[in-house]
Design a protein around this ligand. Structure first.
Ligand SMILES: Nc1ncnc2c1ncn2[C@@H]1O[C@H](COP(=O)(O)OP(=O)(O)OP(=O)(O)O)[C@@H](O)[C@H]1O
Ligand SMILES: [Mg+2]
Length: 455
């Protein structure tokens, strides 16, 4: 069964904190995703990004504020959960402790109509138990099983009614590392075998990478990228995705686009960029984006203020003989911070972070010289010159062993604050024979400060 989410939004009303109403929570914000029939979709993102909310909307336990949910060509947006044909598994397996494994698996079958016979129920319990490899444990009670076995009972129970869609919310998080790995492979096997369309929620990128046909990366309710695991890793669409996937995490360097060149630490690292001229804080684009978010003063007043030409009545002064109140210039130091304070005082709605992001996007749009971020994955460095960027000189702090590989931890030469991690195969160890090594990235990514990828 193919599942489609069309422009799904879920808003939770603002919680009241000390009697004050905060902003509404956009738990899921205009999400559009298609889950192909029989595939396993990994829903990945940090805590609070809206994964469970999405899953509960597919299940029918939450109603979307807006948008539609389709199972095949049926709009199920208003269909109650019990009529959706779903199987749900939560993080804590929630088995009935007083029932045997058999009775737990059969539990959802009792309200199937037409009624199933005892023999039919027995057969299903046995089939499902065999599928999840606990066929010999049917007479045990949950407390007589290991965590992984209990989780498999929960999956068997979810599959017993032959759901069209299987929904798993962090089903492995209560298991120890070994069991997690084992059960993960087990879920993959069961999913392949049963061919049921599955959504698997996790905040663990490695788990999502290994188990999914397709990954959806979410952040703050917003879908960041939808792709096959390897593509999400190799071609992240933005800085958030690049940082969220990969262990050890991607290296991020502060850089600068200046007159067509990409500089790191004032050294030319790459060429061929669109960047020319300086950005002026008097640029009218800032006025436009302020107005878009509620700034109320007319443009003349805005410009006069920024140029230090705005006048105000002298405090406490009395009108002269002709009735004119003496005025004085309002002092204004032209900084982004001061512009923000000024527009905020006059109706601009968003916070400082959002304002700065908008200005960064404006700079990018104008193609001026500007700061950027460069990302290089730890395993993407090489000792030999490549046709990618210039060498990065790295001062070595120490070396760690990761299985067969070694991991150099250091910083860009003479810049202690720019931490770098490089993973190389152990046979390259001999090349690390000085305090500083020169390494070339085989592959790197360039991001605007706002996070958008530009190369
Ligand atoms: N019933 C609710 N009422 C109000 N706010 C809620 C409710 N459920 C979730 N939220 C909020 O919606 C956002 C998304 O929550 P959700 O549970 O979907 O996140 P999640 O990605 O599953 O996180 P985690 O990995 O911690 O389980 C959070 O900010 C959360 O506080
Ligand atoms: Mg959750």
């Amino acid at each position: 069964m193919e599942v489609r989410l069309e422009n799904i939004t879920k808003v939770f009303p603002a919680p009241k904190i000390k009697g004050k109403k905060g902003p509404d929570v956009y738990a899921v914000d205009n999400m559009t995703v298609e889950i192909p029939d029989g595939k396993l979709l990994g829903l990945l993102g940090p805590s609070g990004c809206g994964k469970s909310t999405t899953l509960y909307m597919i299940a029918g336990l939450h109603k979307p504020t807006s948008g539609q949910i389709w199972f095949g060509n049926q709009d199920v947006t208003n269909v109650p959960p019990e009529n959706r044909g779903i199987g749900l598994v939560f993080q804590n397996y929630a088995l009935y402790p007083h029932l045997s494994v058999r009775q737990n698996i059969q539990f959802p079958l009792h309200n199937v109509r037409p009624k199933l016979s005892k023999e039919e129920m027995e057969l299903i319990a046995q089939q499902m138990a065999d599928l999840v490899d606990i066929g010999g444990l049917l007479d045990r009670k949950p407390k007589e099983l290991s965590g992984g076995q209990q989780q498999r009972v929960a999956i068997a129970r979810a599959l017993a009614k032959r759901p069209q869609v299987l929904l798993l919310d962090e089903p492995l998080s209560n298991l120890d590392a070994r069991l997690r790995l084992q059960t993960r492979e087990e879920i993959r096997r069961i999913q392949r075998l049963s061919g049921v369309t599955t959504v698997f929620v996790t905040h663990d990128q490695e788990e999502a990478m290994s188990i999914s046909d397709v990954i959806v990366v979410m952040n703050r309710g917003i879908v960041q990228q939808v792709d096959e695991p390897q593509t999400v890793y190799d071609e992240p669409l933005n800085l958030f995705v690049a940082k969220f996937l990969g262990n050890p995490a991607i290296n991020i360097f502060n850089g600068e686009l200046k007159d067509g060149n990409l500089l790191i630490d004032n050294q030319v690292f790459d060429t061929g960029y669109q960047a020319k001229g300086e950005f002026s804080l008097l640029d009218e684009g800032i006025f436009d984006l302020a107005v878009e978010q509620g700034f109320t003063l007319p443009k003349e007043d805005y410009v006069a203020m920024l140029k230090g030409e705005a006048l105000r009545p002298v405090a406490g002064a009395t009108p002269d003989a002709e009735g004119v109140v003496p005025t004085e210039v309002v002092p204004f130091e032209l900084t982004l911070e001061n512009i923000y304070a000024f527009v905020k005082e006059n109706g601009y709605k968003l916070n400082k972070e959002a304002f700065e992001l908008s200005v960064q996007s404006l700079k990018a749009q104008l193609g001026v010289n500007r700061p950027i971020k460069v990302g290089v994955r730890p395993e993407a460095f090489s000792f030999a010159k490549t046709n990618e960027g210039e060498a990065v000189p790295i001062d070595i702090n120490f070396i760690e062993h990761i299985g067969r590989d070694i991991s150099i931890v250091g910083n860009i030469h003479d810049q202690p604050s720019t931490k770098v991690r490089v993973i190389i195969p152990s046979e390259m160890r001999s090349k690390v024979n000085a305090d500083t090594v020169k390494l070339y990235p085989k592959r790197f990514y360039v991001f605007e400060e706002s996070g958008q990828r530009i190369k």
